[in-house]
Each structure stands twice: as C-alpha cells, then as structure tokens.
Design a protein around this ligand. Structure first.
Ligand SMILES: NC(=O)c1ccc[n+]([C@@H]2O[C@H](COP(=O)([O-])OP(=O)(O)OC[C@H]3O[C@@H](n4cnc5c(N)ncnc54)[C@H](O)[C@@H]3O)[C@@H](O)[C@H]2O)c1
Length: 439
C-alpha cells in the first residue's frame, strides 16, 4: 500500500503492528498489559534492569497489575521487556510513559522525556505512531518532541509519522476505573496524527476521546489535576478556618455534600502526595511564568497544601501540651506513610514531611505502614514498627496520616493514649472523644 497512513491504520486494526512502551512504571506497565491483552505484541523498554528482569520472570512490580496477568502474557509471548532501545527499529507504535518530576528549584525536569525522545530518534522510521503519556506543560509534544523526531530517518509528521499526546489518568489502588475503562483523551500534532493515535488506542481501550490538538490534550490533564489541587487547598483552608471557629469541618463537609447538585466533596488532610497532584499544576504555573502570567489559584493552593504537614505537627504539639507533655522527647507514632489509603506509593507523601518536622522538633518518631516496610527521609532510615499494637500502646501520641482500610480503628482507639486524626479515619468514634484531636 502506497499510503503510509492507511498502511499503519490497517496494521493497528489487525494488531500486526508491534507496540513499545517506554517506561514500565505505575503508568507504563498497566498500559503495556492492556495493549498486550488486546492482542498486540508489546515490548516494554526501561533502563531499570531490575524492572525488566521482574517482567522477564513473569512478575509484576506494580500493585495494580497482577503477576498472573504478566505471567500469562509473557508465557504467551505477548509481552516482553528489555533495556535495549534498538528494538524500536522493528516497532510501529510507541507510547512514552517516563517520569516528569520537578527539579529542586521547583522547575519542570524534562530530562527523562528528552532521554527517551533522543533514544527513539535513533530508531524512528516511517510508518510509526508515537504517543506521549507523561504529564507535562502544554506545548511539550510540539516544541520538545517534534523537532527531535522529525527529519530523522526520513519521517515527516502527519504524512509517514504520527505524533500525539494522551494523558494517563490512572489512579493507583483504584479498581472500578482502570487503564482499560477510563476514557482516554488523544490529541495529535495534525489531524492525521489524532486519527492514527486514536485508532491505535481504540483497539485496546474502552473509550477514546479525540481532541483537536496535542495542546488541548496536555492542558486537559492539567485542568483535571489543578482542579483537584485547588479544591483540596480550599478544603484544607476550610479545616483551618473551622478550627479557629470551633466548628467540626467533617460534619460541615458531610452536610454540604447532601446538596444533590453544584457541590463536589473534597476532604482535608495532612497535605498533598503522589506523583501528580502536588507536581503537575506547577508545570503549568512554570510555563505561564515564562509568558509573564502568574497562576494565582495554583500558587495559593500550593502554599496552603504545602503548609499542612506543619499545621498537623502544630496539632500534635498542642495535643501533647494538653496532656502535660512537650513534643520534645515524646514518642510519636505516625500511622500510614503512603500518600493515600491502601497503596504502597510513598512519592511526595506528606508523611515524610510530618516525620521530618517531628524529628526536627526533638520527638522520638516511629511509623507503621503495612505497605511500606522502610523509608529514608533527610538521610534518616526508618523501619515500619513490627508490632502495631505494641507501638500504639508505647506512643505518647499516634498521628493518623494515611487511613489504610486494613487498620482496626476500634483497637487503635482503645490502645492509644492520644490520637491526632488527620483523615477522620476514626469517623464517629473520634468525634468529641477525649483522646482524639481531629483536623
Ligand atoms: N503514577 C500515577 O498515578 C500517574 C497518573 C497519571 C499520570 N502520571 C504521569 O505518568 C508519567 C509516568 O509516571 P509513573 O508514575 O509511571 O512513573 P514511574 O517512575 O513509576 O515510572 C517511570 C519509568 O520510566 C523509566 N524510565 C526512566 N527514563 C527512561 C527512558 N529514558 N526510557 C524509558 N524508560 C525510562 C523508569 O525507570 C521508570 O520505570 C509521569 O509523567 C506522571 O506524571 C502518573
């Protein structure tokens, strides 16, 4: 067939197109599995040899992906993993799922995207579709990827090579909305790019929503995450204001949530965590700063959210004070270290800041998390307490940071001397209880 677009559409349709996923992390591995389960031959490429070896053994290193599915797919030669980028020479469809963190300065760190793109540029060839999944600022696909990929090995965008952005929406730990059934937004550099990339994704995912450009798709992801970040900031400030007013914020939120329209429930907590919500909006504000515009909502919410760990430590200090104890030398047990309930992801977790601040103030800090056996923060190693109830009995104060559902909150309440509950994990049990201070 002379027309490269039609030829590629056909290969995607009959799944003879070979797929590569660059980056086998929280986003990449589930996506690789979904493509492989749909019938594509998928090669995961990751410089991390341990992850590649784990998949080679038919095991999953991601909580949301079962080892059984990886094992079956590897066994049936639908999924393989490698550290060798040269396999891209024989691949028609590439999805890039590499990290997009912030630098210490708070600016976007695109080094992983640049590395992956430069590797891809060496092996790119006509008849290829490339989709960037990593969350980033609007313009990245066109300004950063396109110039590095186009003109290499005779590829011309929209003609014999197709480039698009499609934001990943995975919510780790969630089982009702997965990579497969969460609608997927796709926006290309040209309309042909949107068409080819959407066609590819439609073969494996339940719902694909095509938009008119890569920038719309990039910005849609940032709107979603900024929406969450700002609402969490607002409700955190609501908690601080209710505290000053002597009003129970949790009861206020439940009351407001009875409104059947025009209200969406967000809950306060010890601060933002995870790879997305604390970071992605800052990609947007960074980009806008370059255009001499200040993203005020983002900056304000970020300030409030960033201060929450300090606010929580203040609550611990006040609660101990009420019990005639200084924070210094008191034993404080942090319950839950993961950034949210029932997952093993520690990235950007507010528990780390709470632990660090408690340590700085001279408390004897320990933690327990069924999902996180050990952690390092500010050069200090911590190990999850082996005997939860013994640790609770010994602690002068227990701070609930993550409301894992496996915890027996009745037993925790019975055994603790004092609890600061930042998640309302104790619910009605904690309300007006003499041992409990709530956010
Ligand atoms: N984790 C989430 O919940 C989530 C949700 C939505 C979007 N995202 C976005 O998806 C992207 C990936 O996030 P993640 O959570 O999967 O990250 P991750 O750190 O879990 O995985 C990224 C993987 O990329 C690999 N990698 C690094 N450099 C590479 C390169 N040059 N080529 C190939 N692989 C490389 C790393 O070794 C790692 O295995 C980020 O932009 C993130 O913001 C994440």
């Amino acid at each position: 067939m002379d027309n490269p677009k039609e030829a590629l559409l056909e290969k995607l349709q009959d799944k003879s197109a070979r797929v590569a996923v660059l980056g086998l992390g929280y986003v990449g591995l589930p996506l690789a599995v979904v493509f492989a389960e749909a019938g594509f031959h998928v090669i995961g490429i990751d410089p991390d040899e341990r992850k590649v070896a784990t998949i080679g053994r038919g095991e999953s290193h991601i909580q949301d992906v079962s080892s059984l599915s990886v094992k079956n797919l590897v066994h049936n030669q639908k999924l393989e993993a490698t550290t060798d980028f040269s396999v891209l020479s024989n691949v028609e469809a590439v999805s890039i799922c590499v990290p997009t963190p912030l630098r210490k300065t708070g600016d976007p760190d695109l080094s992983f995207i640049l590395d992956a793109t430069d590797q891809l540029a060496r092996y790119i060839h006509p008849g290829m579709v490339v989709v960037l999944e990593s969350t980033t600022y609007p313009g990245t696909t066109r300004e950063i990827l396109l110039p590095r990929l186009e003109q290499q090995n005779g590829v011309r965008v929209g003609e014999n090579f197709f480039l698009a952005f499609s934001p990943e929406r995975v919510d780790p730990g969630r089982t009702d909305w997965t990579t497969y059934n969460t609608p997927k937004v796709v926006g290309g550099i040209t309309s042909a790019c949107t068409e080819v990339a959407s066609h590819w994704y439609r073969q494996a995912l339940q719902t694909v929503v095509s938009v008119s450009s890569a920038e719309v798709a990039e910005m849609a992801k940032l709107l979603e995450n900024t929406f969450r970040m700002i609402n969490i900031g607002m409700v955190n400030e609501m908690a601080i204001m209710c505290d000053r007013l002597g009003i129970d914020v949790w009861e206020v939120i439940d009351a407001a949530a009875t409104k059947p329209f025009g209200f969406m429930k967000f809950t306060p907590g010890p601060g933002l965590g995870g790879h997305c919500i604390p970071i992605d909006p800052l990609y947007l504000s960074w980009k806008l700063r370059a255009l001499k515009y200040t993203a005020r909502f983002i900056e304000l919410a970020s300030e409030i959210n960033t201060n929450m760990p300090r606010y929580v430590v203040g609550k611990v200090q006040d609660a101990l004070n009420e019990h005639g104890k200084p924070l210094k030398d008191s034993r404080v047990l942090v319950l839950g270290a993961a950034y949210k309930a029932d997952i093993d992801d520690l990235r950007e977790s507010p528990a780390l800041d709470v632990i660090g601040l408690l340590y700085q103030k001279g408390a004897q800090v320990s933690y327990h998390d069924p999902y996180i056996p050990s952690l390092n923060h500010d050069g200090m190693d911590y190990h999850s307490e082996p005997d939860l109830m013994a640790a609770i009995r010994q602690a002068d104060c227990v701070v609930i940071i993550t409301n894992h559902s496996s915890y027996n909150y009745v037993a925790i309440l019975e055994n603790a001397k004092l609890i600061v509950d930042t998640r309302n994990a104790l619910g009605k049990l904690g309300k007006d209880h003499p041992k409990v201070v709530r956010l």
